[in-house]
Design a protein around this ligand. Structure first.
Ligand SMILES: Cc1cc2nc3c(=O)[nH]c(=O)nc-3n(C[C@H](O)[C@H](O)[C@H](O)COP(=O)(O)O)c2cc1C
Length: 533
């Protein structure tokens, strides 16, 4: 799929997933309008600006699938895993339409770009969809999505407080007392955003992963004022340098993927040296937190599945839950061999920042919260099935941890083994199922179906029926419903009366599973001794 950002917008429009707002709109209203809309919105006339704004494009699971050209959500993860294993190196072009308009030096003016604010405590207009490329002399090319709050016409911060590769690149440049050149590509296809949102190990070029996702090289071109490439089909590119100021400038607050407002961050500054753009550029304002959620979730799935594969566990399904911000929680169903639920927990919890994991058997639907809670209720003993690993590396954005300058937070990881415990008799987990579920269908009765009456007997006939039942259960114990089915030519009341007769004449007993059998026979259950089960 060689589709660029604006072609993707066109596809969204064709599918009825993009609304065109042609009336003048105050930029201050954009975030809340997008939040209220189940469609993406293109604001053609933003008051005070010459450039349209699009937002909310990956706000739903379906549009995340559309962005990747995937038919199912799982396909995104599979394609990502394939791209990680088979990256395709990027290709350099001489130039691209992003250089149709160039502002350099004193002409650089971020206030010409309609950069909205979103949540009420934001520290200013915030660039949310920037694919940032940087190069380290020894570690090579890196990319990630980072947010920037505009401070001056050519100055922003960059939110690199968490321990990611871009922060390391900036730290190393800071120690060399040098600025770190970065290109910030805005209005790129979701594929490039997903690739760079994947937290690849140091030294891995995430644009290669984006290429793997595309099945073709990502096309890059050379910036005007810095020795860095940018994404050639971007709508707008900011060419800048992370200044060697260290983490000394207050920035924020930022509305986070946690659905909470993060605290004030201390970040470096970024000097913007050039702005280049298409002559009819569209500004993409990535809507927090939901676009972040849908873009980042597949990377979690891929990492968890990889860890479980290494642990040799047979996985049926995974749900990285929305309640866990598509980041901290996973529910995993497995086809269990004894002890494997614990192995699965350990493997999944090894995934960076994953905080709480529940492992269930393969009869539990990981996407049904009630089913999962039911497994926890009926299969867990807290002293045996809950693993707590204290002091593991944690995400600084976890609001339940102490935060602040100089604090590298560590936190607890918790695993819950909600699979059927080993050694417990199978009948403890026999679900209630209703007799005749296969044949007695509500729809038929609503259409007037009637059942035929069976034989009703007098005392003699009941005794004769009791004798027949006794002969059957003498050979093989049967559940009550099986007896009722076996003698279905009698009315149920007659069968019950016959069994009542056997009981009254002290011939009826039950086996350990509750089936009816002959009293005193080899099948008959014995009264448990005191202290027994
Ligand atoms: C929409 C979006 C916004 C993001 N914003 C930030 C951010 O402001 N700061 C940050 O540290 N990580 C942010 N991330 C996460 C990083 O982009 C992600 O962890 C990435 O893999 C880091 O790459 P790197 O370690 O190779 O630099 C964001 C991710 C997405 C998808």
């Amino acid at each position: 799929m060689q589709e660029n950002f604006r072609q993707f917008l066109g596809r969204l429009r064709e599918e009825g997933e993009l609304l065109d707002f042609k009336q003048p709109v105050d930029i201050r209203h954009i975030a809340t309008l997008v939040d209220q809309s189940d469609k993406a919105i293109l604001f053609h006339k933003v008051i005070g600006y010459d450039m349209p704004v699009v937002s909310g494009i990956i706000r739903t699971r379906e549009r995340a699938m559309m962005g990747m050209g995937a038919k199912t959500y799982r396909e995104i993860e599979d394609r990502l895993a394939n791209a990680i294993a088979n990256p395709i190196p990027s290709r350099m072009l001489n130039t691209s339409p992003t250089h149709e308009v160039v502002m350099q030096g004193d002409d650089v003016d971020l206030y010409k770009i309609p950069i909205p604010m979103s949540s009420i405590f934001d520290g200013g207009p915030m660039i949310t969809a920037g694919v940032v490329l940087a190069r380290d002399p020894e570690l090579g090319l890196n990319s990630g999505i980072y947010r920037f709050i505009v401070k001056e016409r050519n100055l922003t911060g960059i939110d690199i407080v968490t321990p990611n590769n871009m922060r390391l690149f900036a730290q190393r440049a800071f120690e060399r007392k040098e600025p770190l050149p970065i290109s910030i590509s805005l209005g790129t296809h979701p594929i490039e955003i997903t690739g760079s949102g994947y937290r690849a190990p140091l030294g891995v070029d995430e644009m290669g992963i984006a290429g793997g996702l595309r099945g073709a090289p990502v096309e890059l071109a050379q910036c005007k004022t810095i020795d860095m490439p940018y994404i050639a089909d971007a709508e707008i590119v900011l060419e800048g340098e992370i200044l060697p100021t260290g983490w000394t400038w207050p920035e924020g607050r930022f509305g986070e993927f946690t659905r909470l407002m993060g605290g004030l961050h201390w970040n470096p500054l970024v000097r913007i040296k050039a702005i280049t753009m298409r002559k009819d550029a569209i500004y993409y304002s990535l809507h927090m937190p939901w676009e972040n959620t849908w873009l980042a979730a597949p990377t979690r799935y891929a990492a968890i599945r990889q860890a479980l594969r290494t642990a040799g566990v047979t996985v049926k399904d995974i749900n990285v839950t929305l309640g866990g911000c598509a980041f901290w929680h996973a529910v995993i169903s497995i086809k269990k061999q004894p002890g494997e639920a614990k192995n699965a927990l350990l493997a999944a919890l090894s995934v960076m920042d994953l905080k709480h994991v529940v492992v269930v058997d393969d009869d539990i639907d990981v996407n049904d919260p009630m089913d999962v809670e039911w497994a926890i209720a009926t299969r867990v003993q807290g002293d045996k099935d809950i693993i707590i690993i204290p002091n593991a590396r944690a995400k600084p954005l976890d609001p339940s941890l102490l935060q602040g300058a100089g604090i590298v937070p560590t936190g607890a990881k918790v695993g819950i083994d909600a699979t059927i415990p080993e050694g417990i008799p199978k009948e403890h987990y026999e679900r209630i199922t209703y007799a005749y579920a296969d044949s007695a269908k509500i729809g038929d009765y609503m259409k007037g179906k009637q059942d035929k009456p069976g034989k009703a007997g007098d005392k003699k006939e009941i005794e004769a029926l009791a004798a027949k039942i006794l002969a059957v259960i003498d050979k093989e114990p049967l559940y009550y419903t099986d007896i009722a089915e076996r003698f279905a030519d009698y009315e149920f009341r007659s069968v019950a009366q016959a069994l009542g007769h056997l009981h009254a004449t002290e011939k009826l007993w039950q086996d350990p599973r509750g089936k009816m059998c002959v009293r005193g026979s080899k099948f008959a259950a014995k009264l448990p001794v005191k202290g027994g089960g």
